[in-house]
Design a binder for this molecule. Structure first.
Ligand code: G3P
Length: 197
């Protein structure tokens, strides 16, 4: 109980802290989820509130993912246990208990979790994602490439099958949360990266 259930629940609560929601509430008194794409995340904060709040939310969400893994490490030293805490934080970000379970897409949180646990895979995926975002101006495409390439790179690096499966779960969560973005991309109607719409 103490090594698995407690850190997983704590990580879910940490993940549930929605920095995009808090920053938009504090700076503008608005609910970020009724503006722009309606997503409670860094990209939409950039779109609705501008560069500094957008970048701040990105890093806060990254640190949130790292924080959940850090909390996990206090209870459970296995790598699998830490990835489970990371997944719990991503689930909290996507379906936050404090916001009636309507949150974000979990990508910045995933970046934090993976940067801490799988530095080289995160670095390569990060470079790939940034290249795609610069070339296409679609953050959602970069996000999908990031989350999908993590398990692929870990597979190429001969990581254990449980780690590959768990990071695949992270990718599947991201694909599911981006279902509207994927439809928009296919139709050519996806929003390009912008600050202040
Ligand atoms: O990580 C979220 C990003 O990939 C897409 O955000 O607001 O454009 O749906 P948004």
């Amino acid at each position: 109980l103490l090594t698995w259930v407690l850190p997983t629940i704590l990580s879910y609560f940490i993940g549930s802290i929605s920095f995009s929601y808090l920053v938009a509430r504090y700076l503008k008194g608005i609910d970020i989820r009724s503006h722009g794409s309606g997503n409670a995340g860094a990209t939409n904060t950039l779109r609705v509130l501008g560069k500094v709040p957008g970048i701040a939310v990105f890093f806060l969400d990254v640190f949130k993912g790292m924080g959940a893994v850090g909390i996990g490490a206090l209870f459970n030293s296995s790598e699998v246990g830490l990835v489970v805490c990371g997944i719990a934080a991503i689930v909290g970000h996507n379906w936050p208990i404090f916001l009636r379970f309507r949150g974000g897409k979990g990508v910045a949180t995933t970046v934090g979790v993976t940067a801490l646990l799988f530095f080289y895979a995160a670095l390569i995926s990060g470079i790939l994602a940034i290249l795609f975002i610069i070339l296409t101006r679609y953050v959602s495409l970069g996000s999908l490439i990031y989350t999908i390439s993590i398990p692929v790179i870990l597979l190429l690096m001969n990581q254990s099958s449980s780690i590959i499966w768990l990071t695949t779960v992270i990718a599947v969560l991201a694909i599911y949360q981006h279902r509207q973005n994927i439809t928009n991309l296919v139709k050519g109607q996806e929003r390009k990266i912008s600050s202040r719409e």
